[in-house]
Design a protein around this ligand. Structure first.
Ligand SMILES: Cc1ncc(COP(=O)(O)O)c(C=O)c1O
Length: 518
């Protein structure tokens, strides 16, 4: 039989009308405390709401709100027709019981450890995962001119699809992607990049990052070797290592990756990852003989080539060389494109052009890892391309980037010409500045950060022996207007001069020490 509450311990102290805590919450706290302290024991029937409201000097509505909260949290329960009772099992007891039966919080830390692959991912993706969203400042590379993106046009296309009463785009769609988008991409790639493909060879992915992850999963076993350019895009490196690949750096010079390099020929790599149109970060274009040699290697050794064509749309001088994929007669190239540079990176849409015999494997793998990108975004993008906005946008951006590049290089020559050797680049949205050997690029990056700008040190991209790394800075210009670029250069010049002065002082100190020893 239910115990009847006789006293009203919760009513001994008056409630505070002037408190910022609402009255109902104060009542809730009182009752909860009385229950937890055992003043109202499990099974106790609470007085009627009318009586309690009187005892506490509050309205019945206030009291009911407090009861609702207690019922929702499991402290009291209402039985139809017989009143409200303190629950026989309180939430705290449930929690304690769970802790007693489940010793998971006390288990050894090694039992909570990550998988071997999890540990690798945790280590390799540090800088990638730290990319702060929204914080754009010179000279973060790889960001296009977000200030010039045609927002209102894009939002009109988005609205068009959200108004579509058929709601077909709300359902699951094909894992390979939205067919009109695949058709639009195939139609664009032929004439602009010399890529030979049919729409059904195109698999839509969440950017290059996912393309590399998929390719490594589908083509490599854990521990298999993959050839990469010795200066390598860090997020690509993270994706490949994260997928279990063993990276073999191969020499790059002003003609691009050299497949005759000993490290390539002595490895038994099954895949090579390259950026032939515009090597990242060095900015060189792979020459035709090097392209043919690379294709020949893939053909001879039955290897695959992952061609990352991340910013080929932006070429300022001659027409770009045709993609490797277009030169490939044996179906050994997987071409990877992205809309991150040409539109905006948070779109997270890219694509792979896959040899016909691999399509099924890639589509199934794509289904296994996230299915596909949002179909409404794909449909908007398909319209953007097929209605001609895409090529217009590229044309407009090409002249804007040429202007921004010129402004950056001009300012660097004027202010820091004696410390940084920077040349005009034919493509892309970043330039490379080379430093004298005695100036440490990591130190410049640190000084630049203190000035509020970002200058990525070239040596951080180098996968070979650290002492052999060239010193330089990778400076993005796509996202910054001429004023921001000039201000950025002034700050960079201060950083460069500080580091150069410190290293000269250090040199002369070393000389003095050496002469003392002698
Ligand atoms: C070499 C390279 N590939 C690809 C990308 C784009 O990656 P995603 O498509 O995942 O945004 C970048 C961006 O900076 C890059 O530098």
């Amino acid at each position: 039989m239910a115990k009847r509450s006789t006293a009203a311990p919760f009513a001994s102290v008056p409630l505070e009308d002037s408190s910022s805590t609402p009255l109902y919450y104060q009542v809730y706290q009182r009752l909860r405390a009385a229950i937890l302290l055992g003043q109202l024991s499990p099974g106790t029937r609470l007085p009627s709401t009318r009586q309690m409201a009187n005892d506490l000097g509050v309205s019945r509505n206030t009291l009911m709100s407090a009861f609702d909260q207690l019922i929702a949290e499991g402290y009291v329960e209402g039985r139809v027709g017989s009143g409200t009772f303190v629950s026989p099992t309180l939430p705290e007891e449930l929690l304690e019981a769970r802790l007693k039966t489940k010793p998971s919080l006390q288990i050894q830390s090694d039992q909570r450890s990550l998988s071997a692959r999890g540990k690798v991912l945790e280590k390799t993706c540090v800088t990638v995962a730290r990319r702060a969203p929204g914080k754009i400042r010179p000279f973060i590379p790889g960001i296009p001119a977000l200030d010039e993106f045609p927002m209102s046009l894009w939002s009109r296309l988005v609205a068009r699809h959200w108004r579509d009463e058929s709601r077909g785009l709300l359902n699951y769609g094909p894992a390979a992607g939205y067919m009109p988008l695949r058709e639009a991409i195939a139609a664009y790639l032929g004439p602009s990049r010399g890529v030979q493909c049919k729409p059904d060879q195109i698999v839509i992915v969440s950017g290059t990052q996912q393309a590399l992850d998929l390719a490594a999963r589908v083509l490599l076993d854990t521990g298999d070797s993959i050839l990469v350019e010795e200066y390598c895009y860090s997020a690509a490196r993270a994706a490949l290592i994260g997928a279990g690949a063993h990276l073999v750096p191969v020499k790059v010079d002003d003609a691009g990756l050299d497949i005759s390099d000993h490290s390539a020929s002595s490895s038994n790599a099954r895949v090579a990852y390259v950026t032939p149109s515009h090597q990242y970060p060095l900015g060189v274009t792979m020459s035709l003989p090097r392209r043919l040699a690379l294709l020949d290697w893939a053909n001879r050794t039955c290897a695959w080539i992952l061609e990352d064509d991340y910013d080929s749309e932006y070429r300022y001088v001659a027409r770009p060389l045709a993609a490797l994929q277009g030169l490939d007669k044996s179906g050994r190239v997987i071409y990877i494109g992205t809309f991150s540079k040409v539109l905006f990176p948070s779109l997270r849409i890219g694509y792979m052009v896959v040899p016909s015999d691999l399509v099924e494997a890639f589509v199934r793998a794509r289904a296994a890892v996230g299915w596909c990108c949002p179909f409404i975004d794909q449909a908007v993008l398909a319209d953007f391309i097929s209605e001609g906005h895409f090529t217009r946008h590229i044309r407009r951006m090409r002249s804007l980037y040429a202007e921004r590049q010129q402004a950056l290089i001009g300012a660097l020559h004027r202010e820091a010409g004696d410390l940084l050797e920077v040349n005009r680049t034919d493509a892309g949205i970043h330039v490379l500045g080379l430093l004298p050997d005695h100036v440490d690029d990591q130190a410049v990056a640190t000084e630049a950060a203190a000035q509020g700008i970002v200058a990525h040190p070239l040596s951080a991209f180098f996968l070979g022996e650290a002492a052999l790394a060239q010193r330089g800075l990778v400076l993005g210009y796509g996202a910054y207007n001429v004023r921001q670029l000039r201000e950025g250069v002034s700050k960079l010049t201060i950083a460069l001069k500080t580091v150069a002065r410190n290293s000269r002082n250090q040199d002369s100190r070393n000389l003095r020490v050496r002469s003392l020893i002698a």
